[in-house]
Design a protein around this ligand. Structure first.
Ligand code: ATP
Ligand code: MG
Length: 415
């Protein structure tokens, strides 16, 4: 019997796990400086939470959700994204009673039943942020700038910031109408999904990845030409603030995003190194969602970073993430030395030094080889003679120097 992981999921182990940790700690550091606090929400929710927020006609709800009945026949869904659960929590826990904006970040696994391929998994990880209670474009600009700083801290400076505005409930109907007027003679050539979208949610056609649909939508009306005065001003202000903060951006008028809850600002960070799955992070405003979920009217904005794609870029860009090497390796000969080494190891470890030991009566030669392979800084050699004299031999594997140190002094020697 050979067990394998499920299709589209993956294990994360050393040395890659150190890239992941670096990303996670950097995110926490940077987001904290901007006043974001961690929120931990469940991995599963009632299915309707996702249908109501992401939208019935979105790809996620139509095709990608891991939905199943629990033993009491409730419909449960493994979260495909983080915004809906955070909004649910924000309302349920009355977090809106705290001063605005309320700012949160989260990280963890998301689940989508997609065709597995490069940059696309069924269990994947996101780090995301959500900020509630402020509608002015200064917050949008701050959030983009925060994302930029986070990526810069990781050494990534060559990513594209694509922005757009998809308007509000006032201007969206005009735009929808313009799209419906544009497509009638092209509908036949669109994919079956887009045929359905044409009647149910024409905006979704702009997000379709089928080649024929991409071709047929060329020349389609662009949402930024249909914005109402308020949305237009908001978008202008947002852009002027991005320039003020030296964020280089491009307007991508076709970026409508795949989820229904977005309003006004939308954005994606893309990389040329990822092939067709090129979005590393994506987000936008969702000024109506909290209210639609039964909370008080609360404008909001957020984004999510795709961890696998980010780690992929970091691995090709940056080789400085390695499995940490031990500070000391204790090579021992004989039982008594083995016992003594445990004591020494514990002492050093309590001072924060990583210590590895030789086991199973391996020869000194093979223990030295192991120390070398692990990249240990120092090897200490402890045998019968050393126990008697109370002095043990050390060797610095980095510069080849060697000498002796008293067993009692080893702590001071290392620290
Ligand atoms: P895409 O257009 O690539 O399908 P999306 O619009 O579905 O992305 P979002 O829901 O906005 O993506 O998620 C934000 C980020 O999460 C994406 O930019 C991407 O980096 C990552 N992501 C989304 N789906 C997957 C997946 N199946 N596997 C790995 N990462 C993903
Ligand atoms: Mg998708």
């Amino acid at each position: 019997m050979k067990y394998t992981a499920l299709k589209g999921v993956h294990d994360i182990f050393p040395p890659d796990v150190y890239v992941w940790q670096k990303v996670e700690t950097t995110a926490k550091e940077v987001f904290s400086v901007y006043g974001f606090h961690e929120i931990r929400v469940p991995i599963m929710e009632s299915t309707d939470i996702f249908i109501r927020s992401i939208g019935e006609t979105s790809d996620i709800v139509e095709k990608e959700m891991y939905t199943f009945p629990d033993k009491a026949n409730r419909s449960i869904t493994l979260r495909p994204e983080g915004t809906a659960p955070v909004v649910r929590s924000f309302i349920e826990n009355h977090l809106y009673n705290q001063p605005s904006p309320q700012k949160f970040f989260y990280s963890g696994p998301m689940f989508r039943y997609e065709r597995p391929q490069k940059g696309r998994f069924r269990q994947f990880y996101q780090i995301g942020v959500e900020a509630f209670g402020v509608s002015e474009a200064r917050l949008d600009a701050e959030i983009i700038s925060m994302l930029k700083l986070f990526l810069e801290r990781l050494g990534l400076t060559e990513l594209n910031f694509e922005v757009n505005s998809i308007g509000c409930e006032k201007c969206r109907p005009d735009y929808k109408k313009a799209l419906i007027d544009f497509f009638p003679d092209k509908v036949g050539g669109l994919c079956p999904d887009c045929n359905r979208r044409y009647t149910q949610n024409p905006l979704r056609i702009l997000d379709c990845k089928v080649a024929a649909c991409i071709e047929l939508r060329k020349g389609a009306p662009q949402v930024i030409n249909y914005l109402c005065i308020d949305c237009k001003e908001h978008f202008e202000e947002f852009q002027s603030l991005l320039r003020l903060l030296n964020v280089t951006y491009i307007i991508n008028p076709n970026m409508v995003r795949g989820l229904d809850y977005y309003t006004r600002t939308t954005f994606e960070v893309t990389s040329e190194h990822l092939g067709s799955q090129k979005a590393v992070a994506a987000g936008g405003r969702y000024d109506r969602l909290v209210e639609e979920f039964g909370g008080p009217p609360t404008p909001a904005i957020g984004f999510a970073i795709g961890m696998e794609r980010l780690v992929e870029i970091l691995k090709t860009h940056n080789s400085t993430f390695r499995t940490p090497a031990p500070g000391a390796f204790l090579a021992t000969i004989g039982n008594d030395a083995g016992r003594e080494s445990l004591k020494i190891a514990e002492k050093l470890r309590s001072k924060g030094i990583t210590v590895e030991l030789g086991y199973e009566g391996a020869s000194l030669k093979s223990q030295m080889r192991k120390a070398d392979k692990l990249g240990a800084n120092y090897v200490f050699i402890i045998g019968e003679d050393e126990l008697k004299s109370g002095k043990i031999k050390w060797k610095n594997l980095k510069d080849g120097s060697q000498g002796e140190v008293g067993i009692k002094e080893i702590e001071g020697f290392m620290v």
